[in-house]
Write a protein that binds this ligand. Structure first.
Ligand code: PLP
Length: 450
């Protein structure tokens, strides 16, 4: 009741009679009439909101004493302390994983996973092009080729029906990305992996507590990788984790991330430098911060979900706004972002950039997601290098270049995506109403911007 009254008050304050624009036929919010007519903030009108959104990350004051004692101890390296071990155990419990290895970052978790599963120079790895650039870079790091299967623009994730046509004799792995925390269609992907004997490495770097078929993302494939970089839901500046259930593979991952030193029962008896390795360890200080952040994860995830479902129910009623869809079998997103597609034809051609600028002016910041990154230069930088020319035939590299021009759904998505930041979803119902009001206000008054 209180909430409805507040909503009504805010609505009345943000509207004025007589403005032009087609109205929605149904009220979106209780007490808000059939639409919002008002001067847009971008045109000098009163913004829907002026308040700030939650600043991220959020420091936990209770961690000050344990962190100071860790600093004083000098045990900052994992070999001298137990914070990394403690975090690995807690994270495993949180996501229902058998084993977890903390790493320096999500990128290094992916590199260790690809290396351990045998992805080598001259191999190919299949993934969606719609992802943070690290997913491409880790494949290049192995001197392998990231081969893109087109994105399903409704789910923002890899289209499983586009994977098999990309498999050839060089293909060595599938790397589904649960982008924004939206689970990829894992049943179909795992079935393809099984059929072609290809390991599946989940890039779950944005998918803490996301669920597929009731199981946590990151625990479904052969290995799963997470990021704890500062913008992430469990932040520590930098940090990451590998998750897996095969002891032999996990022992090797651990060994690789620790300079190649043999680790665990499966490597017992091996010589000191029996395998190649790197240093991809997390520090005890980062683990200490992670331990202080992990406590809030479940509660935050529930709050994001509740607000996201509310936004779904309202935003989908606004013409031209199409919220993400969960892939078949996906049961829960982590909402690292809340994404929707913006169809400008419903806004009389108002460009996405103007729409976003108008939202920003109303007090609602957004992100436009990923662009056509495959034309940014990094792919050409890799495949025109001496090494790639030695590893792949000219015919294969030319065909690869050509294939980058045949990702129609991804291309479309890069021009239409709009998303809200995860910290916004930790606010209250009234704040979600502000978002809905702002989008509705721009829709109703779009003519002011044309
Ligand atoms: C989808 C995805 N993959 C990989 C990474 C790499 O993680 P990090 O930044 O911890 O290296 C990120 C980080 O943003 C990511 O979002």
């Amino acid at each position: 009741m209180k909430q409805n009254n507040l909503t009504r008050r805010k609505f009345i304050a943000s509207t004025s009679a007589g403005a032009a624009g087609a109205m929605l036929s149904m009220p979106l919010l209780a007490g808000s009439g059939t639409g919002v007519t008002s001067e847009l903030a971008l045109k000098g009108g009163k913004p829907v909101r002026t308040g700030d959104w939650l600043k991220w990350p959020v420091w936990n004051p209770e961690a000050e004493e344990p962190m100071m004692s860790l600093l004083r101890s000098g045990n900052w390296y994992r070999g001298d302390g137990n914070k990394c071990n403690e975090f690995e155990k807690k994270y495993a419990d949180l996501i229902g994983a058998k084993r977890v290895i903390a790493t320096a970052s999500g990128t290094t978790a992916l590199i260790a996973s690809l290396h351990t599963l045998g992805i080598d120079a001259g191999d190919e790895v299949i993934l969606s092009p719609y992802t943070f650039i690290a997913s491409y870079n880790v494949v290049f790091n192995q001197k392998a080729l990231p081969v893109f299967a087109d994105t399903d623009q409704e789910t923002f994730t890899i289209n499983p029906y586009k994977i098999e046509e990309k498999i050839n004799e060089r293909t060595r792995a599938i790397l589904p990305v649960h982008i924004f925390g939206l689970p990829a269609d894992m049943n179909r992907i795992l079935a393809i992996g099984k059929k072609h004997n290809l390991p599946v490495i989940e890039d779950a770097c944005q998918a803490w507590l996301a669920e597929y078929d009731g199981r946590m993302c990151g625990t479904l494939g052969d290995l799963g990788c997470f990021s704890f970089q500062n913008s992430k839901h469990i932040p520590s500046g930098e940090g990451g984790a590998i998750v897996g259930s095969n002891d032999e593979v996990m022992d090797r991952c651990f060994a690789y991330h620790n300079c190649g030193r043999p680790h665990g029962k499966s490597m017992a008896g091996m010589g000191k430098n029996a395998i190649r390795g790197s240093n991809k360890r997390l520090t005890e200080l980062q683990a200490g911060i992670l331990l202080s952040q992990i406590e809030r994860t479940r509660q935050d995830a529930d709050k994001r979900l509740e607000n996201a479902l509310y936004l779904d129910s309202k935003l989908k009623e606004i013409p031209g706004i199409i919220p993400y869809k969960l892939a078949d079998g996906a049961t829960r997103s982590a909402y690292h972002f809340y994404p929707f597609r913006y169809k400008k034809e419903y806004f009389d051609g108002l460009s996405r950039e103007k729409f976003r600028a108008a939202l920003r002016a109303e007090g609602v910041p957004t992100y436009a997601g990923y662009g056509k990154q495959y034309f940014d230069g990094l792919i050409e930088d890799a495949i025109s290098s001496r090494g790639y020319k030695r590893l792949f035939s000219a015919e294969r590299l030319n065909r690869y270049r050509d294939e980058l021009h045949h990702l129609p759904e991804n291309d479309q998505l890069t021009g239409e995506a709009v998303m809200l930041f995860q910290n916004m979803l930790l606010a209250e119902r009234d704040d979600m109403d502000d978002i809905i009001h702002a989008v509705q206000k721009i829709y109703e008054n779009r003519s002011q911007l044309l």
